[in-house]
Design a protein around this ligand. Sequence first.
Ligand SMILES: [Zn+2]
Length: 84
Amino acid sequence: MKHAMLDILVCPMDRHSPLEIHVCSESGGEVVEGALYCTECSRFYPIIEKIPILLPDDLRDARLDADFVARNRGTLPSKITDKP
Ligand SMILES: [Zn+2]
């Protein structure tokens, strides 16, 4: 995901923008893995293999979220990793 995309991304639950970005790994100026965080509703959205996955709650994949957090526990802030 290119950083410039932040300008057009909004939280799918409340349309809040801009989202906070937390980069776990980067390559060639693109975020490969990271998280987008909504300061309005405290949800995070994963960026996996350069793709931001902004889905509302009823379409989220709980196992994908859990795997993502486990994999990036060392580089994500606790407000993301410590969510129930
Ligand atoms: Zn939100």
